[in-house]
Design a protein. Structure first.
Length: 239
């Protein structure tokens, strides 16, 4: 495997930490080289994919910024290697970087600042290909997700008695809706949307549950679209 690590050009080497983020997920954290390389893909091992990434600490003067990579393992061998410590080669827009990792650490040992950054990145990375599998990372990041502020001018959600439906103000139809009851998270896919434009723009959504328990009435709602998300307000009608 090591023979495939260096095919072309120079590679920057960095020490990195690995955090367990579910049965098929890990989070890799490393101090960014001064070249600030933008990660593109995992080159080796070949059974690990880069699902999303973020930079943290960009405004902190006391330390160098941190690179955060959410990685998905494809098979037991990759999961075992990352759990024990290995080397990752990541292609970037500049040149490859090699990350030397130690044994995996619990997700709870990730710093609150890094968790806050990754919470936003993970919600924004949801696609039809990973929406179900992201249950583990999103659940582990729940405390940071709950700290995302709700803008005063954000979309407004009205809950229905049926957990498979809700109404949303505006015209930007989300792909997924994440409900937070405080004691658990559940995610649903938007199956259909019926638009109303008068007297105010509104979408009535039919939902297809993906994962998570129906525990209590939601206290917060997040609308997830292509490459982004919005923390929504709950209307007075939601109780």
């Amino acid at each position: 495997m090591t023979a495939s690590f260096y095919r072309e050009g120079a590679s920057t080497r960095c020490d990195a930490r690995i955090f367990r983020f579910g049965s098929d997920w890990v989070l890799c954290s490393f101090r960014l080289p001064t070249s600030m390389p933008i990660p593109l893909a995992v080159v080796a091992p070949g059974d690990v994919t880069l699902e999303t990434w973020a930079f943290a600490g960009m405004t902190a003067r006391e330390k160098r910024p941190t690179g955060l990579l959410l990685l998905r393992t494809r098979g037991d061998a990759a999961g075992t290697a990352l759990a024990r410590g290995t080397r990752l080669v990541v292609a970037t827009h500049f040149h490859p970087i090699t990350l030397a990792t130690g044994p995996a650490e619990p997700a709870g040992t990730l710093s609150p600042g890094d968790a806050a950054v990754m919470a936003r990145a993970v919600l924004s990375s949801m696609t039809p290909q990973n929406a179900t599998a992201l249950a583990d990372p999103i659940t582990l990041l729940a405390p940071a997700i709950r700290d995302v502020p709700v803008p005063k001018d954000g979309p407004e959600v009205t809950l229905a008695d049926d957990p498979r439906a809700c109404s949303v103000s505006g015209t930007e139809v989300p792909n997924y809706v994440l409900f937070d009851s405080g004691s658990g998270l559940r995610c649903a896919r938007v199956a259909t949307a019926r638009m109303t434009f008068s007297p105010a723009s509104r979408m009535d959504l039919d939902l297809d549950p993906f994962w998570g328990p129906e525990v209590g009435r939601p206290r917060r709602v997040f609308l997830i679209a292509n490459g982004g998300f919005a923390a929504a307000r709950l209307s007075a009608a939601a109780g």
